[in-house]
Design a protein around this ligand. Structure first.
Ligand code: GDP
Ligand code: MG
Length: 210
């Protein structure tokens, strides 16, 4: 597939390279669900109290990596978290920058220089957040044109559990991803834990293919 982010997304028949570290920046407008939510919000997703702390360990970024429950997460907090992961039986130090832009890309240098993979997140029940992703993908594509190395980009439609409030169709997500030649997934940070983990691991796999 052609990619706007440098080289073709999948290199022909090249065995995966070993990658010791993967720096993933998680981008998207506020409220897309990059960080996670409070215990009451997890309850509204239908997660019973006794398993909320455990399941929180697998939500989108912070909880996925820290494996601990943060009940009231500060929406302005921007931080980087580290986790040793096993991806296809190979260890990798996964570092995740949970960014906290308000309405779209601003001061992008901080993550453009640091990251070697990007997750661009919107909420399927918030069209504005989807339109924001278009702007992030533009910034990343422009940046990639001036770069030697290729950094994988994955587009993520979050809050799949909010199907009844959906404003962005799956076809629109697929089409935006196709325009930029990136992978696309729909997930629910509060329900579909294996799928969320899969997305992070896919970023590592894509990087290994470079
Ligand atoms: P951020 O600004 O992108 O970091 O968004 P947050 O992670 O702070 O989440 C914004 C709101 O969406 C919070 O109220 C979360 O609890 C909620 N949220 C996050 N992920 C999901 C999800 O998958 N499903 C539902 N229903 N709510 C979610
Ligand atoms: Mg956040």
């Amino acid at each position: 597939m052609a990619s706007m982010f440098g080289k073709p997304r999948v290199s022909a028949e090249r065995p995966p390279q070993s990658v010791a570290e993967c720096n993933v920046a998680v981008l998207g407008c506020r409220g897309a669900g990059k960080s996670g939510g409070s215990s009451s919000e997890l309850q509204s997703c239908g997660i019973p109290a006794r398993s909320r702390a455990a399941t929180a360990g697998f939500s989108l970024t912070v909880k996925f990596l820290t494996k601990r429950f943060i009940s009231e997460y500060d929406p302005n907090l921007e931080d980087t978290y580290t986790s040793e992961e096993l991806v296809d039986q190979q260890p990798v130090l996964l570092k995740v920058m949970d960014t906290a832009d308000q309405d779209g890309p601003v001061n992008c240098e901080r993550y453009l220089r640091w990251a070697n993979a990007f997750l661009v997140v919107y909420s399927i029940e918030d069209r504005r957040s989807f339109e924001g992703c278009g702007r992030y993908l533009d910034v990343l594509a422009r940046h990639a044109r001036g770069c030697q190395r290729h950094s994988p980009v994955l587009l993520l439609g979050n809050k799949l559990d909010m199907e009844q409030y959906r404003q962005v169709t799956k076809a629109e997500g697929t089409s935006l991803a196709a325009r930029f030649g990136c992978l696309f997934y729909e997930v629910s940070a509060c329900q579909d834990f294996a799928a969320v983990q899969h997305v992070f691991h896919q970023a590592v796999r894509e990087l290994r293919r470079e």
